[in-house]
Design a protein around this ligand. Structure first.
Ligand code: NAD
Ligand code: DAU
Length: 426
C-alpha cells in the first residue's frame, strides 16, 4: 500500500540536524538550541500504534532506518488494525527493529515490563471518535484516564529506579528515566469562536471524548509537578490521510461518495476545523518528543481552517461526484463550532508542516481509491450496526444540503470547486 507522494515527505531525519546548530542561521529565533532528549538508536514504546496516527508515526520512523527500535502495544479495538503496520512487518530490516504486543494500556502486568525497556513512551492509545463518545462514554474514560494513569505509574517507577542508579541499559550502563509524551487534541480547549487557543488557555472540553483527553492531560501535569516526571503533551488539530478509520468525516465521505451513498452533513455544515496531514502530525510529535521541554504542552495546528461544507465541496470536486449526494442531517449534540490554535510555540521549537492541504487531500483520495480492500473490510461486520445507530434515523429525516458553491459570486466559485489554493494550505 502506498501513502501517495505527499506522505513520503513527512518525518525528516535531517530536520533534527537542521535545528541542532547554534542560535544563528537556520536556528535563529528558536527557543531550543536543539538538545535531543533521546539517546542514539532509542527504543520507543508506542501505545495505540496500530491506529491511524500511531501507525503513521511507526511506519515513518522505521522506514528511515536510523537504528530506532519500536515496540507497539495496542489493544486492537475496532479502530486498531495490524494491517496498518503491514509495510513494517513485510520489510525484514524494519521488522528486525519492531515488535507488536496486543494488550491494554490499563493493564499494569502488560505495561510495566515494556516501560522498563523503553527510552520513551508515546501514548496514542485512546478511543478517538466524538460520536461514539456521545453514544457510549465509558471506554473513553477507561483508556483515556485509567490507562494514562497506568502508563504514568510505570514511568514513575522507572524514574525512581533511574534516580537510584538501578535502571540499566542493555550493556548495563546507567539509563535515564523514560520520557513520556501524551498525544492530546485541540478539542480540550472546547469551541473557539474567535482567535486562536494558546497553550496556557483554559481547558473547556465539551464532549465525553474531549473531557477524557483533558483528564489525561491533567494527570500528566500532576505527575510532572508531584514526581518530577519527564513528560510532555501535544495537542493536534483535525488530522487526515491514509489509513484513517472510515468513521471520521474525510474517509467516511470519500468512501460513501465512491459508492454513490449519501453524505450525512451535520447541521448547517458551517462548523470549522483546522486540517493537518497525518505525516505532519506524526513528525511534529516526534519533534516535540526530542526537543520539547518537560512539563510543556505544544499545539500542533494544521494551518488550513475550513467550514465543513467547504471541505466537502473540495472533496466532491476531486472525486468528480455531485453535491446532490450531501444530506443535511440532525446535528451532533454539543457540536463544537470551531477549533483554532496558535502554533507559535511549536514553530519556535523548529517545526514546520510540510504537506500543503491540496497535496494531502489528493494523496488521501488516491490512497482510498487504491486501497479499497482495506476500507471495505473495516466497513463490514460491526460497522453496519454502528452506522445504523449513528445515521439510520438521521438519514431517514434528512433533507438536501444547500450547495455552498451556489452562494458564491461566480468569480469565486471555481476556486472552491477545484479546492483551496496551494498557498492557503501552508
Ligand atoms: P485511532 O482511533 O485511529 O487509534 C487509536 C488506537 O488506540 C487503536 O489502534 C486502538 O486499538 C488503540 N487503543 C484504544 N484503546 C486502547 C487501550 N486501552 N490499550 C491499547 N490500545 C488501545 O486514533 P487516532 O486518530 O490515530 O488518534 C490517536 C491519538 O491522537 C488519540 O489519542 C487521539 O485522541 C489523538 N488525536 C487524534 C486526532 C485526529 O484527528 N485523529 C487529532 C488530535 C489528536
Ligand atoms: O480536532 C481533533 C479531533 O479531530 C480529534 O481529537 C478526534 O480524535 C478526531 O476524531 C477529530 O474530531 P472531530 O469530531 O472534529 O472529527 P470528525 O471527523 O468526527 O468530524 C469532523 C467534522 O465533521 C465535525 O464538525 C463533525 C462533522 N461531521 C462528522 C461526521 C463523522 C459531519 O458533518 N458528518 C459526519 O458524518
Amino acid at each position: 500500500m502506498s501513502e501517495g507522494r505527499a506522505a513520503v515527505r513527512g518525518l525528516d531525519p535531517d530536520r533534527a540536524a537542521a535545528t541542532a546548530g547554534p542560535a544563528a542561521g537556520p536556528t535563529a529565533g528558536l527557543d531550543q538550541p536543539g538538545v535531543d532528549a533521546l539517546p542514539p538508536a532509542p527504543h520507543l514504546l508506542v501505545t495505540g500504534g496500530a491506529g491511524f496516527i500511531g501507525s503513521c508515526f511507526v511506519r515513518e520512523i522505521l522506514a528511515r532506518g536510523d537504528g530506532t527500535r519500536i515496540t507497539v502495544l495496542d489493544k486492537l479495538t475496532y479502530a486498531g488494525d495490524r494491517a496498518n503496520l503491514a509495510p513494517v512487518e513485510a520489510d525484514p530490516t524494519q521488522a528486525a527493529r519492531f515488535r507488536f504486543i496486543r494488550g491494554d494500556i490499563a493493564d499494569p502486568a502488560v505495561v510495566d515490563p515494556l516501560v522498563e525497556e523503553a527510552d520513551a513512551v508515546v501514548n496514542f492509545a485512546a478511543e478517538s471518535h466524538v460520536d461514539r463518545s456521545i453514544l457510549d462514554p465509558e471506554a473513553f474514560l477507561r483508556t483515556g484516564v485509567f490507562g494514562v494513569h497506568v502508563l504514568l505509574e510505570a514511568c514513575r517507577r522507572e524514574a525512581e529506579r533511574a534516580a537510584a542508579g538501578s535502571r540499566l541499559g542493555p550493556r548495563r550502563q546507567p539509563r535515564r528515566a523514560p520520557r513520556f509524551l501524551q498525544v492530546s487534541t485541540d478539542e480540550v480547549y472546547g469551541s473557539v469562536p474567535i482567535g486562536q487557543a494558546g497553550e496556557e488557555d483554559r481547558l473547556e472540553p465539551r464532549s465525553p471524548y474531549a473531557a477524557a483527553k483533558a483528564a489525561g492531560e491533567l494527570l500528566v501535569r500532576s505527575y510532572v509537578v508531584t514526581y518530577g516526571l519527564d513528560a510532555l503533551i501535544t495537542r493536534g488539530s483535525n488530522t487526515y490521510g491514509p489509513y484513517q478509520h472510515p468513521e471520521k468525516l474525510i474517509p467516511l465521505f470519500i468512501t460513501n461518495a465512491l459508492d454513490d451513498q449519501p453524505l450525512p452533513l451535520y447541521g448547517d455544515g458551517l462548523q470549522r476545523r483546522d486540517w493537518l496531514y497525518v505525516t505532519d502530525h506524526a513528525g511534529a510529535i516526534e519533534h516535540v518528543l526530542r526537543f520539547g521541554t518537560s512539563g510543556e504542552a505544544y499545539n500542533i495546528p494544521g494551518g488550513m481552517e475550513l467550514a465543513n461544507r467547504e471541505l466537502v465541496a473540495a472533496l466532491l470536486a476531486r472525486l468528480g461526484k455531485p453535491w446532490s449526494l450531501v444530506r443535511r442531517v440532525e446535528d451532533r449534540p454539543g457540536h463544537d463550532r470551531r477549533y483554532a490554535m496558535d502554533g507559535t510555540k511549536l514553530a519556535r521549537l523548529g517545526w514546520r508542516n510540510r504537506v500543503p492541504f491540496e497535496d494531502g487531500l489528493t494523496a488521501t483520495i488516491d490512497w482510498f481509491r487504491a486501497n479499497e480492500r482495506w476500507w471495505r473490510s473495516i466497513r463490514s461486520g460491526d460497522w453496519e450496526a454502528y452506522y445504523g445507530r449513528q445515521y439510520g434515523a438521521r438519514l431517514s429525516h434528512s433533507r438536501p444540503a444547500p450547495d455552498p458553491t451556489a452562494d458564491l459570486a461566480p468569480e469565486l466559485a471555481p476556486d472552491l470547486r477545484t479546492g483551496p489554493s496551494r498557498d492557503e494550505g501552508r
